[in-house]
Every structure is written in C-alpha cells, then in structure tokens.
Design a protein around this ligand. Sequence first.
Ligand code: SDX
Length: 425
Amino acid sequence: MDDRTVILKYDGGELELPIVEGTEGGGGIDIGNLRAKTSLVALDYGFANTAGTMSGVSFVDGEAGELRYRGYSIEELAEKSTFLEVAYLLFYGELPTEAALESYTQNVTRHTLLNEEMKRLFDAFPKSAHPMAILASATNAMATFYPDFHNPTDPHAVEQSALRLIAKLPTVAAFAYKKSMGQPYMYPRNDLDYVSNFLHMMFALPVEDHEVDPVVAKALDVLLILHADHGQNCSTSTVRLAGSSQANLFTSVAAGMSALWGPLHGGANQRVVEMLHQIDEDGRDFEKYIKKAKDPNDPFRLWGFGHRVYKNYDPRARILKSFAYQVIDRVGVDDPLLDIAIKLEEAALSDDYFVERRLYPNVDFYSGLMFRALGFPVRMFTPLFAIGRLPGWVAQWREMTEDPETKIGRPRQIFTGHPARKVER
Ligand code: SDX
C-alpha cells in the first residue's frame, strides 16, 4: 500500500489525507475522517469522482476501452467461455474446474422451475405490463419463498439465494413474455443448456415441436457474457446500497432491476431501437436527429451514445458491432435498422459535439439490434440486460457483505432549505 498522502487546506488549517492504491486504474483519496476533522463533507453529484468501495470483481478502463472480469478480458471470455462459466467466475472469483462447472450447471438446471404459487403473481399484472415491472416484483416475491436464505452473513444462504436467482430469472422473464402474448407458459426443460432452455421457454408452444437454433443460442450466450458485470454502475450500486442494510439478496437485486429499467441505464437498449425506427420513418434524416441531440433545450438524446466511464469506444459495443453482421447474416434477418445505426454512428463521430465530449456508442447501441435479430420483442431487451447482469449483481453483493470495511450506505447532504422557523398562527 502506497503511503502517499494529500494535504487539504481549509479555513481551520490543513488535513493530511492518505491515498489508497488499487491493483489497476489509479488510486483515491481516503476521506474517511474528513467530516470528523473539518466538519466538511465532499459533494459529488452522480459520484462521478467518488469510489464507494474497493472491489475486485471487474475492471473497466474507460480511457483504453477495456473490460475484464476477475482479470479475464471480455474478448477472451466471449470467445472461449460460456455465460454460466462466467457467472461462476464472477461469483467464486476463479474459473471452475470441469467438475465444478458440471456440478454448478446441474445445480442451476435443477432450480429453474418456479414455485407453482408464483404463477398467480403474473395474473396480477395487466397484459400490457412492462416485463421489467414483473421481473422486479417476481424477484422480490422469490424472497417470500426462500425465507431460510435471507441471512447475508451465512455463506450457504448467500450461495443458495444466488443459485435460485440465476436459475429462475430466465423462467420469470419467459413467463412474463408469454403472459404478454396471451400464450401458455412453457416450463423449463432439464435436457437443455441454460440459454437454449430460456429460448425454448420464450418461443416454444405446447402445440408443436420446437428446436432451438444453436446459432441463436450461441449468440445470446455471448450477449449475456458481455452484460455480466461492469464495476459500480447505477444498478450495481443500488444492489450494494440496498444490501448494505443487510436486506436479503433477492430484494437487493429487485432494487437493482428497478434502477436498470431507467432509459439512461439498461432501458437505453429499448430506446435505441425505438429511436432508429423513428429515424427510419422520418426519412433517415440523420442530421436532424444529431441536431436534436446537440440541442440543450431538446430532451432528445442519442440513445446508446455516451458513457460515464468510457471516453473511448465501449469494448462491448465494438464486439457487438462486428458480431451483429455475422448473426444477422447467419439467422437470415435483413434488418434495415443496422445500416441506420452504422450511418448514425458515422454521422455522430464526425461531429465536434460528440468528439469533444468523447461520446461513443455504448453497449446499448448495438445490443438491441442483436436481441431483435434473435427474435426478441423490444420490451424484452432490458429484461435480457437484467438476466445478463444478474451474475455481476450477486457477485458484487456478496463481495460487499464479506468486506469487513462495509458500513450501511448513508450519504450526507448539503442542506439548502429553509432555516428553522415557527408555525405562525
Ligand atoms: C449503461 O455505468 C455503466 O457502467 C452503465 C452500463 C453498464 O454496463 O452498467 O455501461 C450500461 O447504462 C450504458 C449507458 C446507456 N445510456 C444511454 O445510452 C443513454 C444516453 N446516454 C447519456 O444519457 C449519458 O451519456 C450517460 C447517462 C450514459 C452518461 O451520462 P454522464 O456521464 O452523466 O454524462 P453527461 O450526461 O454529463 O454528459 C456529458 C455531456 C453533456 O453535455 P454538456 O452538458 O457538456 O453540454 O455530454 C452530453 C450531455 O448533454 N451527452 C449527450 C449524450 N450523452 C451525453 N448528448 C446527446 N446524446 C447523448 N447520448
């Protein structure tokens, strides 16, 4: 640990603050005793300059445009691994042996069924319900079926609740989709691998045979790997904050799902495809939409562009862009929106506004087009992001609960309201 320090000069004098170093990506100033020593707090809207924790789960290099899970690059994992193996890696910290992966896979497979009583939950929603509302509700409901797995200080309970979530979320998502289609639920099948099982539950019907296309299954597996974790993003920070009160893993993840739904975060993948449709229907006038995105008085943003951390091309978007053509070609879908996306990207990246602000395509810019090519409706895009991000959420929550430095999250504020006053009557 480096013993470098910084000196803070303030009205009351000087305060020496230690610098803490990580293994990569630079260090930070530990302000743990700032208020006690100076009566001052640090203000940082959106925590753009503030680390809330030390973490070893994933590393995001925003300048270089690199992402690594437990030290392994997403490029290598996307090529050589599977989503379930990556889920194991994120949670346990190391790639599994063949036997460990086999056992983990069998455990997940054996828990894909929902408790039959949970089916009534889906009936409580209107057919038009957005699936993210159902996912977050069903995830909270799972906590009521597994009261023995709530204790965050019990490693077995944490492992079992994580396993139930990884195993059942695809079933919940598929049931939510079937509900919206007015079709019967398709139960999971233990003879299918994780992703093929999800595709079967999504697109099979009880009245005919259904074969999962292995090309589609492989493409979705890669997509889920690319979404699996991403440092202290909005939804992960929400999972950690909820869990810091010792709330159980189910309800902490449900809170993260709610944060993910927002269009500035995981909800962007749905907005991107809606935006591309709008541009297509509006005569593909790219300059008009670039102008709208640049106009500070216009709420329109270029969905799928920009990132708090990546000030270079999001490596996930890079993989997805090259992958998109392959998948669309292999599944034989001729999607005009991909060409529109490519041309919109070219127009934006040749405009000073985007270049000066270092706004590049992020993971959501191409992911929606891929989900669409694989046959998913646009409202399922953010639930797919949630399925992909779940291993990261549970790994980060576990790291938080096991970190001896963890305290309940309770940020301070700078008060700007009325000073004390009396009710005059
Ligand atoms: C995800 O954090 C993560 O890791 C998230 C994620 C993950 O894996 O978990 O990577 C997933 O959420 C990706 C982001 C998906 N969201 C979008 O695509 C929505 C569109 N993007 C933006 O809203 C925005 O870029 C954010 C929310 C992603 C980042 O916002 P920041 O870091 O707070 O940046 P900002 O809003 O302060 O923008 C800086 C400037 C502003 O202009 P000025 O005030 O300097 O004039 O850039 C402009 C913004 O107006 N800007 C955009 C823009 N994004 C930023 N202008 C037009 N279109 C955009 N998309």
